[in-house]
Design a protein around this ligand. Structure first.
Ligand code: FAD
Length: 313
C-alpha cells in the first residue's frame, strides 16, 4: 500500500511525500532525567520521546511527524522496573513493556484487569515493545490500557523542570492525541493504588478482528462491595474510542450505587453509558454503531462483574 502524504507540521503549505523508511533523526540515549528535560525545553517540538516506538516510529514512517531528535528514555533509573507494596500498590516504570507487565506476579495476582487490558493490545510481538506509558502518553481515544487505568484510579508520575508531579489518569488526557504534559516534562511512572477489597474487573474490546486492530469500543468495569452505597456495591465504568479522550461514566455509576442491583438496574445503567458516548464516524465504525455497541458491551461487562461479585460474596 502506498504511504500517505502529510502536511509538514512546521510549514503546513508544504506536502511531505515520505520515502521508504524513516526520515533522518538524531538518537539520544538519555541517562539522567535532567538531560531529558533540558533537551525537550531546548528543542521543543523537534524533540520527541521514544519508548517502544510502536506509535512514534509509525507516524514518522508515514510522514506525519519528523522530529529531529528522538530521546530514548528507557534507560533512566526505574523506567523498566515494577514494584509492589501491599499498602501502597503498584509502581510501574513508564517504559515497562506490556508483556513484562502482564507476566509480573504482582500484576497477575493483584491487577488482573490491567493484564486483561494490556493483552487486548495488538499482538504478542507488538507487546514486547509497546509500553503502557507510551499508550497513555500517545493519548489516543482508543488506547486499550486507558479505561483500566481510569477505573483503577491510576496516577501518572512525571518528571519536569520543576520536579515531580502526580496527575490522576482522569486528568491526564486533553483531547485526541493530546495529554497535559508541560514543556520539558515526561512520564516516569504509573502508580496504581490497591483496589477496594473484594473487587472484580473486566475489560471488553470490540475490534474489527481478533488481534492487531484498534478498538471500535472498549469498556472497563470495576465493581466492589461497599456498605455505604444504597445498592451495597459500587461500580466504576470507563470507555475507550467513543469520545475525544477515554472517559469515566459517572451517570451510569450513580445508578448502580443507588438502586438495588437487579437485571433491570443493569439494563438502566448501560444506556446511561451509551448516552455519555460522543463517538465519531471513522474507518473502523460509524458513530451510530459505536453508540449501540457501547450499550451492549457495557451491559456485558456489568453482567460479568456482577456475576463475579456474587460468586465472591
Ligand atoms: C500494528 C499496531 C497495532 C496496534 N494496536 C493497538 C491496540 O490494539 N490498542 C492500542 O491501544 N494501541 C495499539 N497500537 C498503538 C501502540 O502500539 C500503543 O499505543 C503502545 O502502547 C505505544 O507504546 P510505545 O512504548 O511503543 O510508545 P512510543 O511509540 O515510544 O511513544 C508513544 C508516544 O508517547 C510519547 N512518549 C513516549 N515516552 C514518553 C514519556 N516517558 N513521557 C511522555 N511522552 C512519551 C512519544 O513521543 C510518542 O508520541 C498499535 C500500534 C501498531 C503499530
Amino acid at each position: 500500500m502506498p504511504m500517505p502524504a502529510a502536511l509538514d507540521r512546521e510549514n503546513p503549505s508544504v506536502l511531505v511525500m515520505p520515502g521508504p523508511g524513516l526520515p533522518a533523526f538524531d538518537y539520544v540515549r538519555a541517562s539522567k532525567p535532567d538531560e531529558v528535560c533540558d533537551l525537550l525545553l531546548q528543542h521543543g517540538d523537534n524533540a520527541r520521546l521514544l519508548m517502544g516506538g510502536t506509535d512514534i516510529l509509525v507516524l514518522m514512517r508515514d510522514g506525519v511527524l519528523a522530529p529531529k531528535i528522538l530521546i530514548d528514555v528507557k534507560h533512566l533509573p526505574g523506567m523498566t522496573t515494577i514494584s509492589f507494596d501491599p499498602a501502597g500498590g503498584l509502581r510501574l516504570g513508564a517504559a515497562v513493556s506490556m508483556n513484562t507487565m502482564t507476566a509480573h506476579p504482582a500484576v497477575k495476582q493483584h491487577y488482573p484487569l490491567l493484564a486483561e487490558a494490556a493483552q487486548a493490545v495488538a499482538s504478542y510481538q507488538l507487546r514486547t515493545r509497546a509500553t503502557m506509558g507510551g499508550n497513555l502518553c500517545n493519548a489516543s481515544p482508543a488506547a486499550d490500557t486507558a479505561p483500566a487505568a481510569l477505573v483503577l484510579n491510576a496516577r501518572c508520575v512525571t518528571w519536569g523542570p520543576d520536579g515531580e508531579r502526580i496527575i490522576p489518569v482522569g486528568a491526564f488526557f486533553r483531547g485526541p492525541k493530546q495529554n497535559v504534559l508541560m514543556p520539558g516534562e515526561f512520564l516516569a511512572f504509573i502508580d496504581v493504588p490497591i483496589p477496594p477489597p473484594g473487587w472484580v474487573g473486566r475489560y471488553i474490546k470490540l475490534g474489527r478482528n481478533a488481534g492487531g486492530d484498534l478498538a471500535i469500543v472498549g469498556v472497563a468495569v470495576l465493581g466492589y462491595p461497599d456498605a455505604n452505597a444504597a445498592s451495597g456495591c459500587r461500580f466504576r465504568i470507563a470507555l475507550a474510542s467513543v469520545a475525544p479522550t477515554p472517559i469515566r461514566v459517572p451517570e451510569a455509576e450513580a445508578i448502580l450505587a443507588n438502586m438495588p442491583i437487579t437485571g433491570e438496574t443493569l439494563e438502566r445503567a448501560a444506556p446511561a453509558a451509551q448516552a455519555a458516548a460522543r463517538p465519531i464516524d471513522d474507518l473502523r465504525g460509524s458513530a451510530r454503531y459505536r453508540k449501540a455497541m457501547t450499550r451492549n458491551l457495557t451491559r456485558r461487562a456489568l453482567d460479568d462483574v456482577w456475576a463475579g461479585l456474587r460468586k465472591e460474596g
